[in-house]
Design a protein around this ligand. Structure first.
Ligand SMILES: Cc1cc2nc3c(=O)[nH]c(=O)nc-3n(C[C@H](O)[C@H](O)[C@H](O)COP(=O)(O)OP(=O)(O)OC[C@H]3O[C@@H](n4cnc5c(N)ncnc54)[C@H](O)[C@@H]3O)c2cc1C
Length: 372
């Protein structure tokens, strides 16, 4: 069987690895001259995002045969809103190096793959779809999925990030929620080591030319005195995808809508979608059925994102105060509660109740106004 994979990112390489396990050697096409994001940054595999999975790296190894080494264990997250600062502690997840260095996630994956990678090759999916039995789209973007009519935008963000120099706790992440510079999104700092860190600002519905303004405001309001070693920016779009296969073309990773909308994370779901595409191809199984669990989780994540989009700074203050209250903190971070699903279901109930009440008030008012 001949399989082409477009994109040697995390989901494309995970797909190749699983195909090889089934005796299929795919051809991988990569437009860049090496694997990995063009800039170094420290991503997070946050444990609460994929419950009931407790440990994402362990799960990837045991159930998907992918071995990844973290740069560090995440033991503390401090969240800042305009009026509240709260921290949580525990085994909260992993810090995963992204970029092109030897220990970065893409290079770790590449070492586990034997299939040929054709670098400096921008692949054309229509041509490949004619030449190969299957084409896996793992381009990290929505272009091909949109052309084939399977993509709907969920969240459009612009991201500005930097490597900053200062003094950091290598096991601690910081997050900031403030509509003045991030809209309904957020900013975060994840350390590479004690002396350098990724500082990233994600702004919802922003244009590229506005990012300089928001970045400056972010620094002014938070009063940082870090030194900036490098600066980059990119567009970050999450979408709802259906179906995930058109003819012999399958979508994985960001191209398959697996950039989860709540925080914009995609490492775990991107890797898993790549493996599931390979299992569908190798085993002749319906891809949509293979994806059922992953897609259900994405839907809960979209519900949460919609609720976050409504919050004001006061709402963020309340949210962080709630999430860092001792009993709640214990329940969310130190039990196996499916945080995303539970929150999405609760918020949905609250929203339905709110609109029902609004309608009742409206009807009541109409009745009252009509009285002679
Ligand atoms: C700044 C930032 C921070 C993030 N932080 C986190 C985080 O903390 N935690 C988390 O879980 N996720 C995070 N993510 C999300 C996640 O890590 C990435 O989105 C994930 O790498 C997506 O994987 P992918 O395989 O879909 O695409 P990518 O890894 O982007 O790979 C796509 C590859 O396809 C290639 N390509 C594209 N088009 C073509 C073509 N036509 N022909 C040939 N090659 C092509 C590209 O060059 C690229 O190498 C972050 C993303 C960004 C941008």
């Amino acid at each position: 069987m001949r399989v082409a994979i477009i994109g040697a990112g995390v989901s494309g390489l995970a797909c190749a690895h699983e195909l090889e396990r089934h005796g299929i050697m795919p051809d991988i096409f990569e437009q860049r001259r090496r694997v990995g994001d063009l800039f170094a940054h420290m991503a997070v595999a946050l444990q609460i995002l994929h419950r009931p999975v407790k440990d994402q790296l362990k799960d990837l190894k045991e159930n998907y045969h992918i071995s990844l080494k973290p740069a560090n264990v995440l033991k503390k997250i401090t969240m800042h809103t305009p009026k509240v600062t709260g921290s949580i502690y525990g085994n909260l997840g992993y810090l995963m190096l992204k970029g092109q260095s030897e220990n970065a996630v893409s290079n770790q994956l590449l070492k586990q793959v034997k299939s040929p990678v054709y670098y400096n090759t921008r692949a054309e999916y229509t041509k490949l779809a004619r030449e190969y039995d299957y084409v896996v789209v793992a381009t990290g973007g929505r272009e091909i999925t949109s052309i084939l009519g399977c993509w709907e935008d969920v969240s459009l963000n612009w991201v500005m990030g930097s490597t900053v120099l200062g003094s950091f706790d290598p096991n601690a992440m910081m997050m900031w929620l403030n509509t003045e510079y991030a809209g309904s999104s957020y900013a975060y700092l994840t350390p590479f080591n004690r002396k350098s860190a990724s500082l990233v600002l994600i702004v919802s519905n922003a244009k590229r030319e506005e990012m300089g303004y928001y970045w400056k405001k972010f620094w002014q309001i938070e009063g940082f005195d870090y030194r900036v070693a490098s600066l980059w920016d990119l567009e970050h779009v999450s979408g709802y995808v259906y179906p995930h296969q058109v003819g012999n073309i399958l979508f994985v990773g960001n191209s398959g809508g697996f950039l989860e909308a709540f925080l914009g994370f995609a490492l775990y779901s991107g890797l898993v979608s790549g493996v599931l595409a390979a299992r569908s191809i190798a085993g002749g199984r319906d891809y949509e059925s293979c994806l059922r669990q992953l897609v259900a989780n994405s839907k809960f994540s979209v519900t949460l994102r919609r609720e976050l989009n409504r919050l004001t700074n006061k709402g963020f203050d309340h949210l962080v105060a709630l999430l860092t209250t001792p009993g709640i903190k214990q329940l969310v971070y130190n039990t196996n509660l499916d945080f995303i699903k539970t929150s999405a279901v609760l918020l949905d109930i609250v929203e339905r109740a709110r609109s029902l009440m609004d309608r009742k008030i409206e009807t009541g008012r109409e009745g009252w106004e009509k009285k002679p």
